[in-house]
Design a binder for this molecule. Structure first.
Ligand SMILES: [Ca+2]
Length: 313
Protein backbone atom coordinates (compact mmCIF):
# COMPACT_ATOMS: atom_id res chain seq x y z
CA UNK A 1 0.00 0.00 0.00
CA UNK A 2 0.95 3.63 -0.39
CA UNK A 3 0.80 5.84 2.65
CA UNK A 4 1.19 9.57 3.27
CA UNK A 5 0.63 10.40 6.96
CA UNK A 6 -0.17 13.96 8.03
CA UNK A 7 2.34 15.50 10.44
CA UNK A 8 1.68 15.00 14.15
CA UNK A 9 -0.32 11.78 14.31
CA UNK A 10 -1.05 10.73 17.91
CA UNK A 11 0.19 7.60 19.71
CA UNK A 12 -1.66 4.42 18.72
CA UNK A 13 -2.88 5.95 15.44
CA UNK A 14 -4.60 3.10 13.57
CA UNK A 15 -4.21 2.29 9.85
CA UNK A 16 -6.61 -0.65 9.78
CA UNK A 17 -8.64 -2.53 12.32
CA UNK A 18 -10.92 -5.47 12.81
CA UNK A 19 -12.00 -7.52 15.85
CA UNK A 20 -8.84 -9.67 15.51
CA UNK A 21 -6.38 -6.82 15.70
CA UNK A 22 -5.05 -3.48 14.57
CA UNK A 23 -2.33 -2.29 12.23
CA UNK A 24 -0.86 0.91 13.60
CA UNK A 25 1.07 3.82 12.16
CA UNK A 26 2.37 4.35 15.69
CA UNK A 27 2.59 1.47 18.12
CA UNK A 28 1.86 2.97 21.55
CA UNK A 29 4.16 5.91 22.17
CA UNK A 30 7.06 4.43 20.16
CA UNK A 31 6.23 6.42 17.00
CA UNK A 32 6.97 3.23 15.08
CA UNK A 33 4.95 1.07 12.74
CA UNK A 34 3.43 -1.99 14.40
CA UNK A 35 0.46 -4.22 14.94
CA UNK A 36 -1.49 -5.62 17.84
CA UNK A 37 -3.11 -9.01 17.82
CA UNK A 38 -4.54 -11.06 20.69
CA UNK A 39 -3.21 -8.45 23.13
CA UNK A 40 0.36 -8.84 21.87
CA UNK A 41 2.14 -5.79 20.49
CA UNK A 42 4.65 -6.25 17.67
CA UNK A 43 6.69 -3.23 16.61
CA UNK A 44 8.90 -2.72 13.58
CA UNK A 45 12.01 -0.62 14.12
CA UNK A 46 10.69 1.78 11.50
CA UNK A 47 8.84 5.11 11.58
CA UNK A 48 6.83 6.06 8.51
CA UNK A 49 7.91 9.54 7.31
CA UNK A 50 5.30 12.29 7.61
CA UNK A 51 4.00 14.36 4.72
CA UNK A 52 5.36 12.22 1.89
CA UNK A 53 4.38 9.09 0.02
CA UNK A 54 6.00 5.83 1.09
CA UNK A 55 5.27 2.34 -0.14
CA UNK A 56 4.85 -0.42 2.45
CA UNK A 57 4.64 -4.14 1.77
CA UNK A 58 3.87 -6.64 4.52
CA UNK A 59 4.74 -10.18 3.58
CA UNK A 60 3.20 -12.61 6.03
CA UNK A 61 3.47 -16.36 6.46
CA UNK A 62 2.79 -18.79 9.28
CA UNK A 63 6.01 -17.89 11.12
CA UNK A 64 6.19 -14.13 10.97
CA UNK A 65 6.00 -11.03 8.87
CA UNK A 66 8.50 -9.11 6.77
CA UNK A 67 8.25 -5.39 6.12
CA UNK A 68 9.55 -3.96 2.84
CA UNK A 69 9.71 -0.17 2.42
CA UNK A 70 9.88 1.14 -1.16
CA UNK A 71 10.86 -2.44 -2.05
CA UNK A 72 14.37 -2.44 -0.64
CA UNK A 73 15.11 0.76 1.27
CA UNK A 74 14.30 -0.82 4.59
CA UNK A 75 13.58 -4.48 5.26
CA UNK A 76 12.85 -6.15 8.57
CA UNK A 77 11.67 -9.62 9.48
CA UNK A 78 9.79 -10.29 12.72
CA UNK A 79 9.55 -13.89 13.72
CA UNK A 80 9.25 -15.79 16.96
CA UNK A 81 8.82 -19.53 17.20
CA UNK A 82 6.68 -19.56 20.31
CA UNK A 83 4.30 -17.98 20.88
CA UNK A 84 3.59 -17.10 17.27
CA UNK A 85 2.90 -13.52 18.24
CA UNK A 86 4.66 -11.95 15.28
CA UNK A 87 2.37 -13.36 12.64
CA UNK A 88 0.01 -10.83 11.15
CA UNK A 89 -3.61 -11.35 10.17
CA UNK A 90 -4.23 -8.21 8.16
CA UNK A 91 -7.15 -6.52 9.96
CA UNK A 92 -9.09 -5.23 7.00
CA UNK A 93 -12.62 -4.84 8.33
CA UNK A 94 -12.05 -1.08 8.42
CA UNK A 95 -9.45 1.23 6.95
CA UNK A 96 -8.77 3.77 9.68
CA UNK A 97 -10.52 3.25 12.99
CA UNK A 98 -13.84 3.89 14.73
CA UNK A 99 -11.93 5.45 17.64
CA UNK A 100 -8.34 6.36 16.76
CA UNK A 101 -7.89 6.61 13.01
CA UNK A 102 -4.56 7.93 11.71
CA UNK A 103 -4.65 11.20 9.81
CA UNK A 104 -3.35 11.02 6.29
CA UNK A 105 -3.93 9.13 3.05
CA UNK A 106 -3.67 5.50 2.02
CA UNK A 107 -3.75 4.53 -1.63
CA UNK A 108 -3.62 1.41 -3.74
CA UNK A 109 -4.07 -1.07 -0.90
CA UNK A 110 -3.63 -4.48 -2.49
CA UNK A 111 -4.06 -7.75 -0.65
CA UNK A 112 -2.83 -11.09 -1.96
CA UNK A 113 -3.55 -14.47 -0.50
CA UNK A 114 -0.01 -15.63 -1.22
CA UNK A 115 3.41 -14.38 -0.21
CA UNK A 116 4.74 -11.88 -2.76
CA UNK A 117 8.01 -12.88 -4.34
CA UNK A 118 10.11 -9.76 -3.91
CA UNK A 119 13.59 -10.09 -5.26
CA UNK A 120 16.77 -9.42 -3.43
CA UNK A 121 15.67 -10.96 -0.16
CA UNK A 122 18.40 -13.60 0.03
CA UNK A 123 21.34 -12.47 2.13
CA UNK A 124 24.32 -14.16 0.45
CA UNK A 125 26.52 -13.63 3.52
CA UNK A 126 24.22 -15.52 5.86
CA UNK A 127 26.07 -18.34 7.68
CA UNK A 128 29.10 -18.00 5.42
CA UNK A 129 32.69 -17.98 6.67
CA UNK A 130 33.77 -14.65 8.13
CA UNK A 131 37.06 -13.40 9.53
CA UNK A 132 38.39 -10.14 10.91
CA UNK A 133 41.17 -8.23 12.58
CA UNK A 134 41.43 -8.47 16.40
CA UNK A 135 38.12 -8.29 18.27
CA UNK A 136 37.13 -6.39 21.40
CA UNK A 137 36.22 -9.65 23.17
CA UNK A 138 36.52 -13.23 21.89
CA UNK A 139 32.75 -13.70 21.87
CA UNK A 140 32.18 -10.72 19.54
CA UNK A 141 33.65 -12.82 16.75
CA UNK A 142 33.13 -12.17 13.01
CA UNK A 143 30.66 -15.06 12.60
CA UNK A 144 28.26 -13.13 14.87
CA UNK A 145 27.74 -10.62 12.04
CA UNK A 146 26.55 -13.28 9.58
CA UNK A 147 24.23 -15.31 11.81
CA UNK A 148 21.03 -13.48 10.83
CA UNK A 149 20.49 -12.41 14.44
CA UNK A 150 20.26 -8.69 15.29
CA UNK A 151 19.84 -9.11 19.06
CA UNK A 152 22.19 -6.98 21.25
CA UNK A 153 24.81 -9.66 21.96
CA UNK A 154 24.99 -11.11 18.46
CA UNK A 155 27.48 -8.77 16.87
CA UNK A 156 31.05 -8.41 15.68
CA UNK A 157 33.08 -5.86 17.60
CA UNK A 158 36.63 -4.88 16.77
CA UNK A 159 39.52 -3.82 18.97
CA UNK A 160 39.68 -0.05 19.57
CA UNK A 161 41.50 0.84 16.36
CA UNK A 162 40.63 2.85 13.25
CA UNK A 163 41.78 0.31 10.69
CA UNK A 164 39.82 -2.74 11.85
CA UNK A 165 38.62 -5.02 9.05
CA UNK A 166 36.03 -7.73 8.54
CA UNK A 167 35.42 -9.97 5.57
CA UNK A 168 32.98 -12.61 4.50
CA UNK A 169 33.60 -15.42 2.00
CA UNK A 170 30.48 -16.03 -0.13
CA UNK A 171 31.75 -19.50 -1.05
CA UNK A 172 31.68 -18.84 -4.81
CA UNK A 173 32.11 -15.87 -7.11
CA UNK A 174 28.74 -14.12 -7.34
CA UNK A 175 27.31 -10.97 -8.89
CA UNK A 176 26.50 -8.62 -6.05
CA UNK A 177 25.05 -5.10 -5.99
CA UNK A 178 24.15 -4.26 -2.42
CA UNK A 179 25.62 -4.43 1.08
CA UNK A 180 23.68 -3.62 4.24
CA UNK A 181 25.48 -2.89 7.52
CA UNK A 182 23.39 -2.92 10.69
CA UNK A 183 25.53 -0.96 13.12
CA UNK A 184 25.79 -1.14 16.85
CA UNK A 185 26.41 2.28 18.51
CA UNK A 186 30.15 1.92 17.76
CA UNK A 187 30.12 2.65 14.04
CA UNK A 188 32.72 3.78 11.54
CA UNK A 189 32.51 7.41 10.46
CA UNK A 190 34.57 6.49 7.40
CA UNK A 191 35.15 3.11 5.86
CA UNK A 192 35.72 1.31 2.58
CA UNK A 193 33.82 -1.54 1.05
CA UNK A 194 36.03 -3.81 -1.03
CA UNK A 195 35.38 -6.88 -3.16
CA UNK A 196 37.65 -9.55 -4.53
CA UNK A 197 37.39 -12.80 -6.45
CA UNK A 198 40.79 -14.11 -5.26
CA UNK A 199 41.27 -12.50 -1.81
CA UNK A 200 44.38 -10.75 -3.16
CA UNK A 201 43.21 -8.03 -5.54
CA UNK A 202 40.60 -5.75 -4.04
CA UNK A 203 38.34 -3.13 -5.65
CA UNK A 204 36.19 -0.60 -3.83
CA UNK A 205 32.52 -0.62 -4.85
CA UNK A 206 31.37 2.77 -3.64
CA UNK A 207 32.43 6.01 -1.97
CA UNK A 208 34.51 9.06 -2.96
CA UNK A 209 37.52 9.02 -5.32
CA UNK A 210 39.47 7.08 -2.70
CA UNK A 211 36.62 4.67 -2.14
CA UNK A 212 35.82 6.15 1.27
CA UNK A 213 32.20 5.88 2.41
CA UNK A 214 30.88 8.29 5.06
CA UNK A 215 28.44 6.91 7.59
CA UNK A 216 26.09 8.27 10.23
CA UNK A 217 25.70 4.85 11.81
CA UNK A 218 22.53 2.88 12.55
CA UNK A 219 21.93 1.45 9.08
CA UNK A 220 23.96 1.72 5.91
CA UNK A 221 22.50 0.48 2.64
CA UNK A 222 25.18 0.66 -0.02
CA UNK A 223 24.07 -0.06 -3.58
CA UNK A 224 26.40 -0.16 -6.58
CA UNK A 225 26.67 -1.42 -10.14
CA UNK A 226 26.87 -5.22 -10.15
CA UNK A 227 30.32 -6.51 -9.24
CA UNK A 228 31.76 -10.01 -9.27
CA UNK A 229 32.84 -11.01 -5.80
CA UNK A 230 33.60 -13.99 -3.65
CA UNK A 231 35.08 -11.96 -0.77
CA UNK A 232 33.40 -8.82 0.55
CA UNK A 233 35.40 -6.73 2.96
CA UNK A 234 34.70 -3.92 5.38
CA UNK A 235 37.82 -1.81 5.89
CA UNK A 236 37.60 0.73 8.71
CA UNK A 237 39.17 4.14 8.05
CA UNK A 238 38.01 6.26 11.00
CA UNK A 239 36.01 5.30 14.08
CA UNK A 240 33.07 7.45 15.18
CA UNK A 241 33.57 6.66 18.89
CA UNK A 242 36.45 5.81 21.24
CA UNK A 243 35.38 2.20 20.87
CA UNK A 244 36.07 0.05 17.82
CA UNK A 245 33.71 -0.86 15.00
CA UNK A 246 30.73 -3.06 15.71
CA UNK A 247 27.83 -4.32 13.66
CA UNK A 248 25.00 -6.75 14.37
CA UNK A 249 24.83 -7.92 10.78
CA UNK A 250 26.78 -7.51 7.56
CA UNK A 251 24.56 -8.50 4.65
CA UNK A 252 25.37 -8.98 0.96
CA UNK A 253 22.80 -9.14 -1.82
CA UNK A 254 22.90 -10.29 -5.39
CA UNK A 255 22.56 -8.21 -8.52
CA UNK A 256 19.03 -7.60 -9.64
CA UNK A 257 17.05 -5.09 -11.61
CA UNK A 258 15.32 -3.39 -8.70
CA UNK A 259 17.17 -0.10 -9.16
CA UNK A 260 16.41 -0.05 -12.88
CA UNK A 261 12.78 -0.94 -12.20
CA UNK A 262 12.51 1.90 -9.69
CA UNK A 263 14.05 4.35 -12.14
CA UNK A 264 11.53 3.36 -14.81
CA UNK A 265 8.69 3.79 -12.32
CA UNK A 266 9.96 7.28 -11.47
CA UNK A 267 10.09 8.16 -15.19
CA UNK A 268 6.55 6.89 -15.65
CA UNK A 269 5.32 8.97 -12.72
CA UNK A 270 6.80 12.08 -14.35
CA UNK A 271 5.30 11.14 -17.68
CA UNK A 272 1.88 10.59 -16.15
CA UNK A 273 1.77 14.27 -15.16
CA UNK A 274 2.47 15.32 -18.74
CA UNK A 275 0.03 13.23 -20.77
CA UNK A 276 -3.66 13.80 -21.40
CA UNK A 277 -5.82 12.20 -18.69
CA UNK A 278 -8.06 10.60 -21.29
CA UNK A 279 -5.34 9.18 -23.47
CA UNK A 280 -4.53 5.54 -23.96
CA UNK A 281 -0.98 6.19 -22.77
CA UNK A 282 -2.33 7.58 -19.47
CA UNK A 283 -4.32 4.41 -18.96
CA UNK A 284 -1.35 2.17 -19.79
CA UNK A 285 0.94 4.09 -17.45
CA UNK A 286 -1.56 3.78 -14.62
CA UNK A 287 -1.79 0.05 -15.23
CA UNK A 288 1.94 -0.27 -14.62
CA UNK A 289 2.14 2.23 -11.76
CA UNK A 290 -0.75 0.62 -9.91
CA UNK A 291 1.19 -2.64 -9.95
CA UNK A 292 4.22 -1.10 -8.26
CA UNK A 293 6.00 -2.80 -6.54
CA UNK A 294 4.12 -6.07 -6.90
CA UNK A 295 5.52 -6.53 -10.40
CA UNK A 296 9.13 -6.04 -9.41
CA UNK A 297 10.01 -9.29 -11.19
CA UNK A 298 8.41 -8.22 -14.45
CA UNK A 299 10.31 -7.82 -17.69
CA UNK A 300 11.62 -4.28 -17.98
CA UNK A 301 11.51 -4.07 -21.76
CA UNK A 302 7.74 -3.39 -22.04
CA UNK A 303 8.14 -0.53 -19.56
CA UNK A 304 11.02 0.92 -21.56
CA UNK A 305 8.99 0.57 -24.78
CA UNK A 306 5.99 2.28 -23.21
CA UNK A 307 8.10 5.28 -22.18
CA UNK A 308 9.48 5.47 -25.72
CA UNK A 309 5.96 5.68 -27.21
CA UNK A 310 5.27 8.91 -25.33
CA UNK A 311 5.02 12.15 -27.33
CA UNK A 312 8.28 14.04 -27.35
CA UNK A 313 10.43 10.96 -26.82
CA1 LIG B 1 24.34 -11.05 14.45
Amino acid sequence: MWIKPDPGNPADAVLMESPVGTLKLKQGSTGKLGFTKEHYDSTFNYSVPEGKWTHLTFKGDNKGVTLFVNIDEYVERMEETYPKMNTLVLPTLRIGSATNAFKGVLDNVMIYNKAIDLQNSDNLALHQKAESSATEFPYYSPDMAVDGDVSPTSRWSSAYVDDAWFLVDLGDVKDISKVIIRWQAAYAEKFKLLVSTDKTNWTSVSGDKDGVIHSKGNLDIITFDAKQARYVKFQGVKRATVFGNSFFEFEVYGADHIQEYKQLIAQMEDLLQQVDNNSKLHELLLQVLNRYPYDVNRELRPMQDLIKTSPGK
